[in-house]
Design a protein around this ligand. Sequence first.
Ligand SMILES: NC(=O)c1ccc[n+]([C@@H]2O[C@H](COP(=O)([O-])OP(=O)(O)OC[C@H]3O[C@@H](n4cnc5c(N)ncnc54)[C@H](O)[C@@H]3O)[C@@H](O)[C@H]2O)c1
Length: 256
Amino acid sequence: MKLKDKVSVITGGAAGIGEAGSRRFADEGAKVIILDVNEAAGKALEAQYENVWFIKTDISNENSVKCAFDKVAEKYGRVDVLYNNASVFLGGRDGILGDVEESIWKKVLSINLDGIYHCTKFALPLMKENGGSIINTASSAGVVGVPGCAAYTATKGATVTLTRSLAVDYGKYNIRTNCIAPAAIETEMVKESNLNDPSFDNDFFLRQITPLKRWGKPEDVAALAAFLASDDASYLNGVIIPCDGGITINGTVNKM
Ligand SMILES: NC(=O)c1ccc[n+]([C@@H]2O[C@H](COP(=O)([O-])OP(=O)(O)OC[C@H]3O[C@@H](n4cnc5c(N)ncnc54)[C@H](O)[C@@H]3O)[C@@H](O)[C@H]2O)c1
């Protein structure tokens, strides 16, 4: 119960890593608010927990995010944790920079980066009085060069630097901002980025690229997010933590 009664907004909390986060936070006693476009999955989760509330929200749309935070403000009057988790990868449409259509570039930036801007902007006034924890989600692609996803990597690099800027700007309000950089977590996104690609060599990936020799589970990331949200992480601010079984430090993520 290390998140007991913490009002925790989780974007993309209806599926994948975010779903595991919603479940873990709910099990730890948080009051979870899921902001996601996936209404069916969000409502299904809401039905399973007394302390989970789904608000259909498109984080790329400022008005949609404002409406969601207005509802949170009305119900709870504060936010203790903002977990910026939602993103898209757009496999097959994102690619090497010269091939990326402008509409795809803008779509990826609007969800992955504007989404963090919108949610953080509306969460901050609800966090300033009591302090809190912001958890951003980058990727190995924000830390090392990952080929074939220029728009996605641009947003993930920006997420890393934005984490640092939020950490220094809002530390004085006791708002800690940290960032998780996952890789190889088994979700729909990883099917899109790797597993659905017929040329992807899963055996090689596990044998040569992945020191822990297994795919990550969404719950592996959820445990880290719960720690960063909790008071156990009370002096962590501005750190970027890979959650990738050692893939990034192994230096071979781009050698497939
Ligand atoms: N899976 C991995 O290995 C991996 C690797 C690196 C980084 N990440 C990052 O982890 C995070 C979660 O990834 P995942 O693998 O769980 O992805 P996913 O595709 O499985 O789930 C993403 C969730 O975000 C929601 N979403 C998408 N667009 C949205 C929007 N406009 N507004 C609100 N919600 C929206 C989706 O409906 C979905 O519930 C992302 O930031 C991703 O970039 C994942």
